[in-house]
Design a protein around this ligand. Structure first.
Ligand SMILES: C[S@@+](CC[C@H](N)C(=O)[O-])C[C@H]1O[C@@H](n2cnc3c(N)ncnc32)[C@H](O)[C@@H]1O
Length: 228
């Protein structure tokens, strides 16, 4: 799916995004807490963070609440998402929000922590994702961390079937089976480009990341990353 279509999709979903995400993503809040728990800084430390594909700013808010001295840059391709994030985060003086495509934006100052949640699976191919992880590595300060919370693929067809079954089971608690089958699984198939979790861990190692780990996992959703 093209970047323009991804942008259009999230522009149209933005108003209801915070209500939807908790219905569609299993244990979303727990996943975001796991991402924040993985940040290796002390509560009062000052450090620079970028949130790639920040949406309405939920991840940045969770980081700022835990680390009040962190300086956070939120980036999203959708102006409507950035408008909502700016509104949600307006009382946080150390957070700024900008519209931009993470694939083409370059930053001069290195980041201590690069985070992303449910966004990098929009990168079209494994090759492009690997290249992007390399540019993240290059944008990190020494000992910097990259932590990604995202939809991933299992290593076997059997386990992938279980993953999708468990995802549907979770969504069916608050969404009709008709909507799941005809809307959410269709858009997942057409728009999302998840990669095997095991491959992504290998790429991180090959790129030069260390301390690579999976910090949280619920079937096809996972929090993983490494250090420079
Ligand atoms: C499913 S939402 C997740 C939002 C947020 N990270 C969260 O977890 O609540 C994915 C977000 O990634 C953004 N996105 C997708 N591709 C992008 C790109 N190339 N550059 C910047 N943002 C992008 C979308 O606009 C959308 O806001």
């Amino acid at each position: 799916m093209s970047t323009a279509s991804v942008k259009e999709h999230f522009e149209s979903e933005s108003a209801d995004f915070d209500n939807l995400i908790v219905k569609l993503i299993p244990y979303y809040e727990q996943m975001i807490t796991a991402l924040v728990d993985s940040i290796e800084f002390g509560f009062t430390d000052t450090f620079r963070v970028i949130d790639l594909g920040c949406g309405t700013g939920t991840v940045a808010k969770a980081i700022a609440d835990r680390f009040p001295n962190a300086e956070i840059l939120c980036l999203d391709i959708s102006p409507k998402m950035i408008e909502l994030a700016t509104r949600k985060l307006c009382t946080y003086k150390n957070i700024s929000c900008i519209v931009g495509d993470f694939c083409t934006t370059s930053f001069e100052t290195p980041f201590d922590v690069v985070v992303s949640s449910l966004a990098l699976h929009h990168i079209e191919s494994d090759g492009e994702k690997r290249e992007f992880y390399t540019s993240i590595y290059n944008s990190l300060a020494p000992s910097g961390q990259f932590i990604n919370a995202d939809v991933v693929l299992a290593s076997t067809a059997f386990h992938q079937t279980i993953n999708i079954y468990k995802w549907v089971e979770y969504m069916s608690k608050s969404v009709s089976m008709d909507e799941i089958q005809n809307k959410w699984l269709v858009s997942h198939k057409n728009e999302d480009r998840p990669s095997l979790l095991i491959d992504q861990l290998k790429w991180l190692e090959q790129i030069g990341f260390t301390s690579i780990d999976v910090f949280w996992k619920y079937y096809n959703f996972s929090v993983y990353g490494g250090k420079k």
